[in-house]
Design a protein around this ligand. Structure first.
Ligand code: FE2
Length: 307
């Protein structure tokens, strides 16, 4: 797959919207052929990781409502792997799978950009580097990548949050690159945002997800309330759209009760000139360093089963 093609540079109006709203949708940013290849690769990874054997080995379940369901050590290890997490609602009360294993994956992360050849190429290139520069990221650094599946009927809710909670820098610089690999609609769990919620009195970091001696915890930093329904705006977008999110922008996505999946691929990128908090849950070192948006793979593929 070729690098993501170059869009026209952001013009003044788009940049003004970005600064005003804290989000920006760029329809058609990703070429159709690259969307198709990324979807194919996602299914190949599902075939490798979404197996009964993987589940029998004690696979991780992902939940934003009950974080204790995520085994801290597995989450920490996933920073350096291509690791599958499974939907809470894929299991009944007795822990038995209620859908085929391949349809039970919530997400795969968090080093696809560094270890997977297809997503490695997808995650870099002059277009992405130029775009990051337009957004003001002087030294863009990719910390993590995720395939987020939002499976039909059981795709879980992700409640209001700010992505900066997971990637604190001083000052806050993290920017989310959210690539729609399938259409995201009101029915299948598209993003919802609070326009402008990244600035002014509401643009404060409410929480930080920290590694406290190996124990992962969400700490409250500020009691500013999350948006109410009147402040939320949906972001339905067609496949091929790149959605950019400011790290302080509150956003959420609803459960997917439809018959259609909502596949997305995300990168979280900070500016290397801003110090990265040593408390952040995801740390990188020489074995798998952060990389820029212009470089290629960092290490050997490590397709981790959940054991
Ligand atoms: Fe997010």
């Amino acid at each position: 797959m070729a690098p993501v093609p170059g869009p026209a540079p952001l013009d003044a109006e788009l940049l003004a919207r970005w600064h005003r709203d804290g989000f920006l949708s760029l329809p058609g940013f990703t070429r159709d052929a690259d969307v198709v290849r990324a979807r194919q690769r996602a299914q190949e990874l599902v075939a490798l990781l979404g197996t009964e054997r993987n589940l029998a080995a004690g696979a991780s379940r992902f939940s934003t409502r009950n974080r204790s369901l995520v085994a801290d050590q597995r989450l920490l290890a996933s920073a350096h792997q291509v690791h599958a997490f499974f939907e809470e609602e894929a299991f009944d009360a007795d822990g038995r799978l209620v859908v085929p294993a391949a349809q039970a994956i919530n997400k795969i992360g968090h080093a696809l950009h560094a270890l997977d050849p297809v997503f490695g190429r997808f995650s870099c290139g002059p277009a992405l580097a130029a775009l990051a520069g337009h957004l003001g990221l002087q030294q863009p650094q990719v910390w993590q990548s995720q395939l987020i599946f939002k499976q039909p009927r059981i795709g879980g809710e992700v409640g209001w949050h700010q992505d900066a909670s997971f990637f604190v820098t001083e000052p806050i610089t993290v920017t989310t690159f959210w690539f729609a690999l399938e259409d995201a609609t009101l029915d299948n769990g598209c993003l919802w945002v609070e326009p402008g919620g990244h600035r002014g009195p509401r643009g404060v970091l409410r929480e930080q997800y920290v590694n406290d001696g190996g124990s992962l915890q969400m700490r409250t930093l500020d009691s500013t309330p999350w948006p109410d329904a009147s402040q939320a705006r949906p972001l339905p977008v067609p496949a091929g759209t790149l959605v950019l999110l400011h790290g302080l922008l509150p956003h959420y996505s609803a459960p997917n009760r439809s018959a259609h999946s909502r596949l997305a691929y995300t990168l979280h990128v900070t500016d290397g000139i801003a110090p990265y908090s040593p408390l952040n849950w995801l740390q990188r070192g020489p074995a798998l360093p952060v990389r820029g948006l212009a470089s290629s793979l960092s290490g050997k593929p490590d397709l981790a089963e959940s054991s």
